[in-house]
Design a protein. Structure first.
Length: 205
């Protein structure tokens, strides 16, 4: 439990730093004027930072999100994506989609605890959104207006979970093109996975 609060404290500190950075960007009036006058058709942003989401609402532009994920599954919650605790593991748990009954019970309790933590975690983002947009809103509500969610992962490496129709998995898009392994690396890989004797047989062949 101590580790949970320590990790959460670090995450909260990091989030507050991001919000301060966004504040400097959003209140740069010459920059905002220049962006407005450019006349963009859409805004592509990583919603891990709140700047782009707030900007999309301010400019009345459709937001296209490019992300791996947001702490507390805020992305899924904002998109109204079902997330049953019966098989979708929660924050700070190491469960898989196959849980025992006690694990499901703990996971359900963690989902309630998670809501409280997330409200606290994104409080500074909520405050910035309200202050800058001059309306009663939350960061989660603004995220929910996203037109398309481009998710940087692939279902083959993820636990099964529901997704909304406007969520598209594009795993590997930011990876470099694969190339052949060098000979020393091939030998080391065989040695590591097959053992010395087997590697010697492969090497002699």
């Amino acid at each position: 439990m101590i580790d949970i609060f320590k990790n959460f404290g670090n995450l909260m500190h990091f989030t507050d730093m991001q919000v301060k950075g966004c504040e400097g960007l959003l209140y740069d009036e010459p920059l905002m004027k220049s962006l407005r006058e450019t006349g963009f058709d859409a805004l592509l942003t990583d919603p891990f930072l709140p700047c782009g989401t707030i900007l999309a609402d301010s400019f009345s532009l459709p937001a296209i999100y490019f992300l791996r994920g947001i702490p507390c599954r805020l992305d899924e919650s904002a998109a109204q994506c079902p997330s049953p605790p019966s098989f979708v593991p929660r924050l700070f748990t190491s469960y898989s989609d196959k849980m025992t009954f006690p694990q499901r019970a703990i996971n359900t309790l963690m989902s309630i605890f998670e809501k409280f933590l997330c409200r606290t975690l994104f409080a500074s983002s909520d405050e910035l959104a309200r202050r800058y947009l001059q309306k009663d809103t939350t960061y989660k509500e603004l995220l929910g207006h996203g037109a398309v969610w481009l998710l940087r992962y692939d279902f083959t490496f993820e636990l099964p979970k529901p997704q909304m129709p406007n969520m598209v998995q594009i795993g590997g898009i930011n990876c470099a093109k694969k190339g052949p392994l060098t000979k020393p690396l091939k030998s080391q890989t065989i040695l590591k996975h097959l053992g010395v004797e087997t590697a010697r047989v492969w090497g002699d062949a």
